[in-house]
Design a protein around this ligand. Structure first.
Ligand code: HEM
Length: 481
């Protein structure tokens, strides 16, 4: 019937016209069919294996909250390489195979900014409008300020600050908690390096002690602060206000000084936002937080790994003594060349960042994506767990062993090493972070003879954002060399 109608219509055309029309019609139908098939395949994949709970909004928040890192590992074993967890109204979809990571880091269907905007608003009081206006430019500015080219200058500045802080540091007892010591020395040295010697966080002993107390509170409840209503966290809100106010003073102080962009991070902020912008300090405070939050626990872990493994300790000390032996006590600082010479130190730092790294990083899915035949709907958070990827024996042999020598054959560029995230918004402070860890560990071991008095602590698995802190104290006795 249909065929007859077509014949009638086509009868009026000559043969040549008919064959052109046939070919066109055929092409249109074929393209339509292929398009339908493609989108059906792309968006109508199987639903992702998931774990929720019997209370719809809450999902598996209670089990997750008890120990998120262990729970993620357990669910990956039970549900496979792509799985979703419904946690307090949010669908967290984890991917665990490196071959799928391009969806996370490079797809136009996932967004870093959409994943972090709301937390940034709650943590730093940065409005949505300011965030979307300034974030990318700011990221690029910070990346260029902390680029490998500038790190050379920052190496000598930071190591001079470390030297000063280590010389002034007084141990409160014969057996001190290592993390506490590392925090006291590194916070100050990094703050002075990035925000200038006169920053109001470190001006006097009392203000610095106050800063440490507030920073620890802000850091400790960071994940709750990003999610929960303010009224549930009055002490955390007080710590945030303190840090924001101090940062406002810092930023205004630096605005009045004519510093070049090599000297101050605030110049990077001004260049992006202009000096009329009132809310620079919100971004600045979060930047300050990012510069301290991961590098300090990671440095502490390098020391813990090294001090509890005699052959590694002895090999590292030989290298450090060899490079630093000719430095004079008065003018003791490190250069980029010094750090280049300490290859084993570099491997110890990389190996620490493999084993102690972010529990999870996130991107918001903005258009449905298909991964391994599963459809991940828009609105989900796509997640990667660096902590678990770095423990996957497919990517790292004997993954639970601290083995710096493995870096002889590996590189930071390998796809399975995601301690600094990846893609357009990869950590802009990574070179500074690595340099800070190397400088601190070398100088600390050179200046202090340390004896471990406790067993190595376990990493705390309570949080998924940021490098894990030690679960318990690691006591050390120190002698100045
Ligand atoms: C050595 C320890 C460090 C580790 C393990 C680390 C890790 C990370 C990770 C995983 C991200 C998220 C990237 C992504 O989702 O793809 C990130 C973001 C960031 N990091 Fe780091 N980081 C470290 C040190 C630093 C330092 C020293 C600074 C600054 C001086 C810094 C500044 C930042 C900033 C500003 C962001 C957010 C980027 C944006 O919003 O565009 N980090 N970091």
């Amino acid at each position: 019937m249909m065929y007859d109608t077509w014949r009638e219509i086509l009868r009026g055309f000559n043969t040549a016209q008919c064959s052109v029309l046939d070919a066109r019609t055929f092409l249109v139908v074929l393209t339509s069919l292929l398009t339908v098939f493609y989108f059906k395949k792309k968006y109508n994949g199987r639903p992702v294996p998931s774990r929720g709970g019997w209370i719809p909004w809450l999902g598996c928040a209670i089990q997750f909250g008890k120990g998120p890192l262990q729970y993620i590992g357990k669910m990956r074993d039970e549900l496979g390489p792509v799985f979703s967890l419904k946690v307090a109204g949010e669908n967290l979809t984890f991917i665990s195979d490196v071959e799928d990571f391009h969806h996370f880091f490079h797809s136009k269907s996932t967004s870093f900014q959409m994943a972090v905007q709301q937390p940034v608003q709650k943590l730093g009081c940065v409005s949505e409008e300011l965030f979307f206006r300034a974030h990318t430019k700011l990221h690029d500015q910070v990346k260029s300020f902390l680029s490998p080219r500038n790190i050379k200058d920052l190496t000598s500045t930071l190591s001079q600050q470390l030297n000063k802080t280590m010389n002034e540091y007084t141990f409160s007892s014969d057996n001190e908690d290592l993390m506490n010591t590392v925090q006291h020395i590194m916070y100050k040295s990094i703050l002075n390096t990035l925000w200038g010697d006169n920053n109001p966080f470190t001006t006097s002993h009392a203000t610095y002690e106050d800063f440490i107390k507030k920073f620890k509170k802000f850091d400790g409840d960071f994940e709750y602060g990003a999610k929960l209503p303010s009224m549930l966290l009055p002490k955390w809100i007080a710590a945030r206000s303190y840090l924001l106010n101090r940062m406002k003073i810092t930023v205004n102080m630096l605005k009045d000084q004519s510093v070049t962009s090599k000297q101050s991070l605030t110049d990077a902020l001004w260049e992006v936002m202009g000096s009329k912008e009132k809310n620079v300090h919100g971004f600045a405070m979060l930047l300050m937080f990012a510069s301290l939050a991961n590098a300090i626990p990671a440095s502490c872990w390098t020391l813990i790994f090294v001090l509890t493994n005699k052959p590694i300790f002895e090999r590292l000390m030989t290298e450090i003594n060899d490079v630093l032996k000719d430095k004079t006590a008065e003018d003791f600082y490190l250069t980029d060349e010094d750090l280049q010479k300490m290859k084993y130190l570099r491997y110890c730092v990389y190996e620490t960042l493999r084993l102690r790294c972010e529990g999870a990083i996130a991107r918001r899915v903005i258009n449905p994506i298909n991964i391994k035949g599963y459809t991940i709907p828009a609105g989900h958070m796509l997640m990667i767990s660096p902590y678990w990827i770095h423990r996957d024996p497919r990517y790292f042999d004997n993954p639970h062993v601290f083995n710096p020598d493995r870096w002889e054959h590996l590189s930071l560029d390998m796809k399975a090493f995601v301690a600094f995230g990846g893609g357009r918004y990869m950590c802009p402070g990574r070179w500074f972070g690595i340099m800070g860890m190397q400088s601190f560990v070398a100088m600390f071991l050179y200046k202090f003879k340390c004896t471990a008095l406790s067993q190595p602590p376990k990493p705390s698995t309570k949080h998924i954002i940021g490098v894990q802190h030690p679960e318990s104290q690691f006591l050390i006795s120190y002698d100045r060399r």
